[in-house]
Design a protein around this ligand. Structure first.
Ligand code: ATP
Ligand code: F6P
Length: 508
């Protein structure tokens, strides 16, 4: 885990009105932590509500004056919380993300005190937003496809109902660290912003009981135009904060490609710093046409590794460029420059060990896939901050980047198929992303090796390059798309937690 051991159990408690991106943030943070090897799980109270109370709930269900609705929502929130505590029981370390509105101090105080009584650290993450246009866009983007509204076709009707739902929540909403019972802030500067020593203007009697200025929290205001950070303690918390500060929601495209076929690829040789093969050079010549087709005249930044084959592949592209050492291929140590057959002959034990656990196996004097994931973390942070990007890198590195975007398990990661002469384009979906692949019609060897020890090399693509009007084709081989792990454990149902948070308003 993160190359060090983390023995903390952290509950990240989301806070904010509906359609503020809480679920989006929760799954993004979860994918990032999962990728770094941190045990992470999202508990989404909306999913519990849909499971236990059903869908098709219009705004009146969320009205604080609807006593039955309030009680049902309280029970769903308690079930999700109970499952979160059960999940923590088996763990010495891990991060749970409790995704609900948690919009009142009373609710947050209950969660905080219960977590602390179980020795679970608490970090609140609030998304606060008063940009009406963005909120409406969010509703149209994600609530339109929510199971809650499957029975309504008219998008305007959905928007209108969801806005009323937001108003119901707003009646009780108390942003984090605001004066209890006081005016609710309309701007961040009116909020109580605590310094590292926890200054607080909350009434003394209340502060004795539950003082939000003394808690660990991050508050993202209007997507990130302001970020308030308070009392961050552990290493994992700092990673989460840094990540939250870097993510944005502006539309953009991220394209990936391996370098063109190299001279080493021709005989399945590992690593090194070879030049492109003749077909690899043809790919570098075809690439500008394909990128232009995909991006039009949009601005783009090109990232390559520091190795000859990626630099050559991008050499015909006319975009600002950056070389990253971190994008260099997995270092095969003593096996650099050998073919897989030579590795089997000269280092049979290592060869066998690699087949046993390819993700963890570290070449002598070189790296493992896990090492590559860890060295790519700064790349991911920068990538999250950037606009349009084209990344030209290597098989193992692109597998690791894919695994981040598509939430691939570490055991499957080293076997992902990332063919040569293919551009992959990330497309964002509501809470994750898909990948479209565009194959350039220039032959290249297949360097993918399945889990068994087959040594065959096969040809892909047509034998002769086509430079006609359709130099590439979209393969539609959308083999992987990001999985959203359901927040409801499959083995459990109907847990009756039966704990009352003391009449607090429920959040989901
Ligand atoms: P609910 O409480 O109803 O579950 P939510 O707060 O979880 O709502 P999401 O379903 O996550 O809201 O909304 C997703 C939308 O929010 C996406 O369109 C995404 O672009 C947008 N979004 C992501 N981050 C933010 C942010 N910090 N502020 C506002 N919108 C955001
Ligand atoms: O074969 C090309 C290559 O990029 C090698 O340089 C690298 O060692 C290898 O792929 C990584 O793939 P695998 O981990 O499947 O051996």
């Amino acid at each position: 885990m993160l190359g060090t051991s983390c023995s903390t159990r952290i509950a990240v408690i989301m806070v904010g009105l509906p359609a503020r991106g809480k679920t989006y943030i929760a799954y993004k943070v979860s994918r990032y932590l999962d990728w770094l090897g941190v045990n992470c799980r999202v508990f989404n109270v909306g999913e519990y509500r849909r499971m236990y109370v059903g869908t098709k709930k219009l705004h009146t269900f969320f009205d604080p004056n609807n006593a039955e609705g309030m009680e049902l929502r309280r029970q769903c929130a308690m079930r999700a919380l109970g499952d979160m505590f059960l999940w923590f029981e088996d763990l010495s370390s891990g991060v749970a993300i409790y995704d609900a509105t948690n919009s009142t101090r009373e609710r947050r105080r209950y969660i905080y005190e219960t977590c602390r009584s179980k020795e679970i650290e608490v970090m609140f993450v609030e998304s606060w937003c008063d940009d009406e246009e963005l909120i409406e866009k969010n509703i149209r983007e994600v609530k339109r496809i929510s199971p809650d509204y499957r029975h309504i076709d008219d998008e305007d009707e959905i928007v209108s109902d969801f806005k009323k739902r937001i108003e119901h929540y707003n009646e009780l909403y108390e942003p984090l660290n605001c004066r209890p019972g006081g005016e609710r802030p309309h701007h961040a500067s009116e909020m109580l912003i605590a310094g590292p020593n926890g200054f607080s203007s909350i009434a003394a009697a209340d502060a004795d009981v539950y003082d939000e200025s003394a808690l660990t929290y991050v508050k993202k205001i209007n997507v990130g135009s302001q970020v308030v950070i308070n009392r961050i303690k552990s290493f994992i918390e700092t990673r989460i904060v840094y990540f939250l500060m870097n993510i944005h929601i502006a539309p953009r495209s991220i394209l990936f490609s391996r370098h063109g076929e190299s001279l080493y690829n021709l005989d399945q040789r590992l690593g090194g710093d070879p030049a492109l093969s003749p077909n690899g050079e043809k790919y570098s010549e075809a690439l500008p046409g394909l990128i232009e087709k995909l991006m039009g005249d949009q601005e783009l930044t090109l990232w390559t590794s520091t190795l000859k084959r990626t630099i050559q592949t991008g050499s015909k592209l006319k975009y600002p460029r950056l070389q990253w050492k971190a994008l260099d291929e997995l270092d095969a140590g003593v096996c650099e420059g050998l073919t897989y057959e030579e590795v089997e002959e000269r280092h049979p034990e290592e060869y066998a060990m690699r087949n046993e656990n390819k993700f963890e196996f570290r070449y002598r004097g070189g790296e493992s896939y896990r090492d590559v994931v860890l060295r790519l973390e700064p790349v991911i942070m920068e990538l999250e901050r950037q606009q349009n990007l084209l990344i030209i890198s290597h098989q193992a590195v692109l597998r690791c980047l894919y695994a981040y975007f598509l939430n691939i398990d570490p055991q499957d990661l080293p076997y992902l198929k990332i063919p040569l002469h293919t551009v992959m384009k990330l497309t964002w979906t509501a809470y994750g992303c898909d990948i479209q692949t565009y194959k350039v019609d220039i032959a290249a060897v297949d360097t993918h090796r399945p889990k068994t020890t087959s040594h065959k090399t096969s040809e892909t693509g047509s034998a002769s390059p086509s430079v006609g009007s359709a130099p590439f084709r979209q393969t539609g081989v959308n083999t992987y798309n990001s999985k959203l792990k359901s927040s409801i454990p499959v083995s459990r149902s109907g847990t009756d937690i039966g704990v009352s948070p003391g009449g607090a308003s429920v959040a989901t």
